[in-house]
Design a protein around this ligand. Structure first.
Ligand code: ATP
Ligand code: MG
Length: 423
């Protein structure tokens, strides 16, 4: 027998039993962004490798070890996108959408990172994200956070997530802080692991993000970025905190929150949950006022976030927050006899046109009454329409209820129309 071909490790199929939950989550996302007047943007899955190197930062997990990079047939280095923001900025610059304009975009789609697959962490995963351009005021930061809170509320998840925020200040402030951090780490090299030692000079802020308890043990006494902030950065952060309070959104300031991508400045945030074990961050983002210029555009303030859809769906599953309808059929159409089979094919199509909200499945594989009824039941339909010689002669149809204790009826096609309207 020929060998079965399997999917790539860490890249999952989403089977028909799982798609209803995904669709539910995606619909909640679509409704939420629509409520805020955001427009959808779609970009290619493959971009030039240079785009990600220049935006995400060379000394980050993504660029150092997680990217799917390959040479195409022309010898150009391409990468599967590991995240969406760089792609949206690239598209915005290319099409002149950003400079001197206010834009509110959202996107949803697959991302790729070569990580160790585990629960909530995959090599192909999906993100929903928003990006706001041209607004430097903290109102924009507050709006994207309110939007995420709105989404949790819609999904009934509010009590299962909490918000952590921090400010990274601006470039110059961070440069001063970097020096202070490096000096501190130099005095504590004995507690640093190899990763931290390698990064302490190139990207010392990333060391704050270390998951190693030994490294963490010296972080408590490390210099704090808040001590290096200038007036404007402080004001921006204070205003955001005020707006969140005004909006009734609870948050915690976590001074160690630095995020894994280099382009952030000022506001950074994460929505975290305890219900997913180690992979606790569901949604993360922040301000990135320098990125548009860094990628060749004119300086444009920006803020955004990305949410992992797998983690969201896992939460909905784990917490059993929704009851999704797995069936994809409302009405199953059966027929006895060749003539009835043919005619009911056409009648089904007419019914679909008349009742466009109903999902109507026509039985197409023949067989006796018992077999057809079994298929009808398996389809999950609420009712069966049965056409036989008698019915066709009289212009009528027999209706059987599959999920309710109601007697079967033989009614005219006119009466059927009323019945289907009320189904
Ligand atoms: P983590 O710390 O969990 O690795 P990250 O900082 O790399 O997350 P971001 O790049 O900010 O994550 O991506 C935003 C969101 O996308 C994450 O909060 C998470 O929900 C989701 N995400 C990131 N990487 C993966 C992955 N490999 N598999 C599934 N979801 C992911
Ligand atoms: Mg990561």
């Amino acid at each position: 027998m020929a060998k079965n071909i399997q999917a790539i490790r860490g890249m999952n199929d989403c089977l028909p039993t799982q798609t209803p939950l995904w669709q539910f989550a995606e619909q909640a996302v679509r409704n939420t962004v629509a409520s805020y007047g955001y427009s959808e943007i779609r970009t290619p899955v493959v971009e030039s490798t240079e785009l990600f190197k220049r935006s995400i930062g060379e000394v980050t997990d993504i660029i150092e070890k997680e990217m799917y990079t390959f040479d195409d047939r022309n010898g150009d280095s391409l990468s599967l996108r590991p995240e969406g923001t760089a792609c949206v900025v690239r598209a915005g610059n290319q099409h002149g959408l950003l400079y001197n304009q206010e834009q509110r975009f959202w996107y949803m789609g697959p991302m790729f990172r070569h990580e160790r697959p585990q629960k909530g962490r995959y090599r192909q995963f999906h993100q929903f994200g928003v990006e706001v351009y041209g607004i430097s005021d903290a109102h924009a930061d507050a709006e994207v956070l309110m939007m995420s809170a709105h989404l949790w509320n819609k999904l009934g998840m509010t009590e299962h997530v909490r918000l952590e925020i921090n400010t990274l200040g601006d470039n110059e402030e961070r440069a001063l802080y970097r020096d202070a951090l490096i000096a501190y780490f130099e005095q504590h090299t004995e507690s640093l692991d190899d990763d931290a030692k390698r990064r302490m000079y190139t990207n010392p802020l990333r060391v704050l993000d270390s998951k190693n308890p030994q490294v963490q043990s010296i972080l408590g006494d490390a210099p704090k970025l808040s001590e290096y902030l200038g007036e404007d950065s402080k004001k921006h952060f204070e205003k955001l905190c005020e707006l969140l309070t005004l909006a009734g959104i609870q948050y915690e300031v976590n001074e160690r929150l630095v995020r894994g991508l280099d382009y952030y400045n000022r506001t950074v945030f994460e929505w975290v949950t305890d219900s997913l074990g180690a992979q606790g961050t569901v949604l993360a983002g922040g301000r990135y006022d320098g990125l548009v210029e860094q990628l060749g555009g004119k300086a444009t303030p920006a803020v955004g976030f990305a949410m992992g859809i797998e983690r969201l769906v896992l939460m909905l599953e784990t917490l059993e927050l929704v009851e999704t309808d797995l069936s994809s059929v409302d009405v199953y159409v059966c027929a006895m006899g060749d003539d009835a089979q043919n005619q009911s094919l056409i009648i089904s199509e007419t019914l679909r046109k008349q009742h466009s909200d109903l999902r109507i499945m026509k039985h197409n594989s023949g067989g006796n009454f018992k077999k057809q009824m079994k298929k009808a039941d398996q389809s999950g339909a609420k009712i069966v329409l049965l056409f036989g010689d008698n019915e066709l002669e009289q212009g009528s149809v027999t209706v059987k209820y599959l999920r309710e204790d109601k007697p079967q009826l033989t009614i005219s096609m006119q009466e059927l129309s009323t019945l289907l309207e009320e189904l």
